[in-house]
Write a protein that binds this ligand. Structure first.
Ligand SMILES: [Zn+2]
Ligand SMILES: [Zn+2]
Length: 209
């Protein structure tokens, strides 16, 4: 498995490129910007982009999504409940944060996934887990020994529930009943900050009682 993290865009979100070694098919998770660098990384490693996946549609995670999909022709996979944010600079916080307003098109290159869906990537399987609470359409993606958690779970912290789409009860439910029930050895790759594991967070995360 090929895995690399790029601090992408003006908000330096963790954008991940993951590839299947057998087939060289790859995914890009949360292209916040720096599309040239993402495409070069794919090319340098002989990877064929198969899916662009959004953990959710806040601006820091989507700043490069329109450019990446337009340049590659590869669809964007996301949960439907966050679609309005993808298209609306107020909802995705890009207006409030004062940077460039980000509004992407919703057309045939936007596809929806929901809880329980499995996307195939060469010999790998991507398990989609709906983890609402930071946003209504937040998802986590488990593949192999890894799980991408977006802004739902961080090393030693959790996502905010006071931004657009947030709901504290749902966030706690997602953390306790969707993420903390998974294999403790799973390596957590969050949208911001360093990696961790489900086991470490279950034992030490101060925000999940
Ligand atoms: Zn967010
Ligand atoms: Zn974020």
């Amino acid at each position: 498995m090929f895995l690399e993290r790029i601090p992408a865009g003006i908000y330096a979100v963790n954008c991940y490129v993951l590839g299947d070694k057998a087939t060289n098919e790859a995914i890009v998770v949360d292209p916040g910007g720096d599309v040239d660098r993402i495409i070069k990384l794919l090319e340098d490693n002989n990877l064929k982009l198969r899916y662009i996946i959004l953990t959710h549609a806040h601006v820091d995670h989507i700043g490069g999504v329109q450019e990446l999909r337009d340049r590659t022709g590869i669809p964007v996979y996301m949960h439907k409940a966050d679609l309005y944010m993808l298209m609306d600079g107020r909802a995705n916080q890009s207006v409030a944060l004062g940077g460039p307003v980000v509004e992407a098109e919703a057309d045939k290159l936007v596809k929806f996934v929901e809880d329980g869906d499995i996307l195939e990537l060469g010999e790998l399987e991507l398990f989609i887990i709906h983890t609402p609470g930071h946003t209504e359409g937040g998802i986590s993606i488990q593949v192999g020994d890894f799980i991408f958690t977006g802004d739902t779970l961080f090393a030693g912290s959790i996502g905010r529930s006071d931004l657009e789409g947030g709901n504290e009860e749902k966030l706690m439910d997602s953390l306790k009943n969707k993420l903390f029930v998974l294999n403790e050895d799973l390596k957590v790759l969050p949208g911001h900050g360093p990696a961790t594991t489900i086991g470490i967070e279950k034992a030490t995360n101060p925000y999940v009682g």
